[in-house]
Design a protein around this ligand. Structure first.
Ligand SMILES: *Cc1c(COP(=O)(O)O)cnc(C)c1O
Length: 366
């Protein structure tokens, strides 16, 4: 390995996960590639997902959608987090679909489209119970305003708050609410071609998938939407796509009683061999990660010892270790500690672990 650390992304795993999700319904798959494709690398993942049968791409930010177009990707893209003041003219000219969830946004996008002599392609977001984005109090005004707006209503969608909870009836309540609103929209003569609500959890559970698009995020990356409530990714038939490998920048033998790192929070019990891993919290390794996680060296687990620093952390390789400075270790995936292990050790969820892996690390599609 020539890099100090790198993120390896398995194209086969992504393809498998898309194929697996497609089996649950006849809906088209929208590959959610926001946040640098959940940390996996925007362009390589988008390209892989489209090859594997996804027909749409979804981003939060408009700049992510622009990046996809700049890379020459022509598939339909929805950008769903566009506060007022964004470059809507460029979005319209770049054939990027825009989500709208306020009258203010409708008016701004419509004005940009009118200037260009075009209609903007929009997907109306409806708040059916998540109480985050989406139309709620402005719904009736929206129905009145739409006929005059310079938009083409391509889609209508909502987002689930609790689709990962098998025992919750809330998702069905959201679906009923959604279907009612879509019917009201259709009654005004506006008939969106694409109607979508399912995220990974809903798709895997086969709910909300009777609509014609599913928006697949975490499951495409091979991770479970909720390990406790839905089981692990492998129990769900998914294959994790991310492996992180790093170099041991230094290997050294230390005596018993050595206090390691800032604050000297860990002290060696006996003589041992330590490895300094060339990654830190600026690379997305959580600072509060504990000895419950670490790296894999030659098939053997070496736990973190002491605090994670900005660009490095120390692992205990064991007193009999034969590790050498420069050896490769597996930080995440491939038989080592999984994103779920890291999440558990840091009191968070796998989504946060993978999305925080810094953009400065190279992504290598394998
Ligand atoms: C992130 C996101 C998704 C994907 O969610 P997962 O749980 O990762 O499948 C789907 N739709 C919207 C609107 C999102 O923001």
């Amino acid at each position: 390995m020539k890099n100090r650390a790198e993120v390896r992304v398995s194209a086969a795993a992504i393809a498998h996960n898309i194929f697996h999700a497609k089996a649950t319904s006849s809906a088209e798959v929208l590959a959610v590639v926001k946040a640098n494709a959940y940390g996996h690398g925007l362009i390589p993942v988008a390209t892989t997902a489209l090859k594997a049968g996804a027909t749409w791409l979804g981003t939060a930010l408009l700049e992510e959608a622009f990046e996809l177009r700049t890379a020459g990707i022509t598939a339909p893209i929805i950008a769903w987090l566009t506060p007022p003041g964004e470059d809507f003219a460029r979005a319209i000219e770049s054939d990027i679909d825009l989500a709208i969830s306020s009258l203010a946004l409708l008016h701004e996008i419509s004005a940009a489209a009118e200037k260009l002599g075009k209609r903007a392609r929009v997907h109306i977001e409806i708040d059916t119970g998540m109480t985050r984005g989406g139309f709620l109090n402005e719904w009736d005004q929206l129905l009145t305003a739409l006929p005059q707006a310079h938009v083409e209503v391509v889609g209508c969608w909502t987002h689930f708050a609790r689709a990962d909870e098998p025992l919750s009836e809330f998702t069905q309540i959201q679906i009923n609410n959604f279907e009612g609103k879509v019917a009201e929209l259709r009654a005004t003569g506006i008939d969106p071609q694409f109607v979508h609500c399912a995220n990974s959890a809903a798709t895997l559970r086969g709910i909300g998938t009777s609509q014609n698009i599913v928006r697949l995020g975490i499951a495409m990356y091979g991770l479970s939407p909720d390990v406790e409530l839905m089981g692990s990714g492998s129990a769900l038939g998914l294959k994790p796509a991310m492996t992180i490998a790093a170099k041991l920048a230094l290997v050294k033998k230390v005596p018993a009683g050595s206090a390691i790192g800032y604050g000297g929070t860990a002290v060696t019990e006996g003589e041992t061999v330590l490895g300094v891993v060339a990654m830190g919290y600026s690379d997305g390794i959580p600072r509060d990660a504990s000895f419950e996680v670490g790296v894999l060296h030659n098939g053997r687990q070496a736990p973190i010892i002491g605090r994670v620093s900005m660009d490095q952390f120390v692992v205990d390789l064991g007193s009999d270790s034969t590790a050498q400075t420069g050896d490769e270790v597996i930080v995440l995936g491939e038989g080592g500690y999984s994103a779920d292990d890291w999440a558990k050790a840091c009191g968070t969820i796998n989504y946060e672990i993978v999305t925080r892996i810094a953009a400065r690390l190279p992504r290598i599609l394998v």
